[in-house]
Design a protein around this ligand. Structure first.
Ligand code: PMT
Length: 399
């Protein structure tokens, strides 16, 4: 692999030399890029000698006028180690004022970030928010480790061992393009069911879980169609997004786009009931109390279960209690291959939040708890398990 090693300006910069050596030893080509701060701690010559390549340092050198673009295009992975608080903030906010931060914006591949800083700086809400932004973007955060820090304090903030960073890179590359050639259909967000021309009923789904799945699948090389209810999220890069409003519209678009999909994931929070006939005019307040009769919406997942053929069908189950049992019941009754059980109702996971905690219930009988982490990390884990499940089903039934 061709790896870009971005070195930030911290005392741990010297450990990046060991990382460069280790990556070379593992057979990778390494291109070092140093910030001005990094060059205060270690001379570029060290990295030039270790990698056998000129170190990139200056955005404004004549020969680097557009080099950050071509360098970004020619490499497979970017690792930033050590990533200082300043560098993390720049990456999170897209500031581009030197070679490394400019190259970062031009780079399309996987990114591993290894933070190193003082414990108070690490724990500061601004840094934590920036790290979360990078995590949500799908970057792998390696560390930091805990222990004695160069500033004399003890706590989280140490650059993790070069070996651990190299292993994080290895894990990142393994899953990198493992969905190449796959077509994935994902639903996300809520549906809105009109009560009259100006009112509707809906639910708290933000779409974040489904969009994270779409981003992960696209990053791993899949062709992705995302059928989305009304949300306030930017369309994921490289994903075909079809916007719908109601359960009926979602159903129609799911079956219109099912075609080549080999993996179907229903993470949308589809309304279970709607008004079969919506009044043409705004309902007037004519009485102190009113009651409305709802009809069931089409159960898209159930219908998919009957028509899935060789596809892998993954449903979600949003539950406030008996998570595992309910997830398994839904998996069986809707003929899914996996159901992602999602405890909802709390403030820390499920609806709206950036994080989630789920249990994967598989048709093989396996149950896999996935601890609280960002929705993007949960999405990556779901695809890891989907691919393993496909292999297991192939082996068992030739499916
Ligand atoms: O969008 P976020 O804010 O990120 O929140 C994520 C989430 C909580 C919405 C998501 O993780 C989740 O749990 N999605 C499923 C929500 C849901 O509707 O669960 P359910 O148990 O009611 O439905 C079970 C399954 O049937 C789901 O796959 C659902 O998409 C599907 N369904 C439900 C009703 C219906 N009419 N048609 C369906 O296909």
């Amino acid at each position: 692999m061709k790896i870009l090693l971005g070195i930030g300006g911290g005392i741990a910069a010297y450990k990046a030399a060991e990382l460069a050596r280790l990556l070379m030893e593992r057979g990778h080509e390494v291109q070092a890029i140093m910030t001005a701060g990094a060059q205060e701690f270690v001379r570029p010559l060290t990295f030039a000698a270790l990698t056998g390549r000129k170190v990139l340092t200056d955005l404004f050198a004549i020969e680097s006028a557009i080099e950050h673009i071509s360098v970004a295009q020619e490499h497979d992975l970017l690792v930033v180690a050590p990533a200082t608080a300043d560098l993390i903030a720049k990456l999170a906010h897209g500031l581009a004022d030197d070679f490394l931060s400019t190259l970062y914006l031009a780079f399309r591949g996987p990114v591993v970030v290894a933070p190193a800083m003082n414990v108070n700086m690490w724990e500061h809400p601004a840094t934590q928010k920036n790290v979360e932004t990078l995590r949500q973007r799908g970057h792998r955060i390696a560390g930091p480790g805990e222990g004695y820090l160069a500033c004399g304090m003890t706590g989280a903030g140490r650059l993790v061992d070069p070996e651990a960073i190299a292993n994080a890179i290895a894990r990142e590359t393994e899953r990198r393009r493992d969905l190449e050639g796959e077509t994935v259909l994902i639903t996300a967000g809520p549906t809105q069911e009109p009560l009259d021309p100006v009112r509707y009923i809906s639910n708290r789904s933000s779409g974040k879980m489904g969009y994270a799945l779409a981003e992960a699948a696209a990053a791993r090389g899949a062709q992705v169609t995302l059928i989305s209810g009304p949300v306030h999220l930017a369309p994921p890069r490289g994903v075909k997004v079809i916007s719908v409003r109601t359960a009926v519209e979602m159903r129609d678009q799911v079956f219109a786009n099912l075609g080549a999909a080999g993996i179907v994931i229903k993470s949308a929070a589809v309304a279970d009931f709607h008004l079969a006939r919506v009044p043409d005019q705004k309902v007037k307040k004519t009485a102190a109390r009113m009651s409305v009769e709802f009809d069931p919406t089409p159960d898209i997942l159930f219908e998919l279960g009957r028509k899935k053929g060789d596809r892998l069908l993954i449903g979600f189950a949003a539950e406030t209690q008996n998570l595992q049992q309910e997830a398994r019941r839904k998996m069986e009754s809707k003929n899914c291959d996996m159901v992602v059980g999602n405890l909802v109702g709390g403030s820390e996971s499920g609806f709206e939040s950036d994080e989630n905690e789920v249990v994967l219930v598989l048709c093989t009988g396996e149950t896999i708890p996935v601890p609280r982490s960002s929705k993007r990390e949960i999405a990556e884990r779901i695809f890891d398990e989907v691919l393993k499940l496909r292999l297991a089903l192939h082996a068992a039934h030739g499916r």
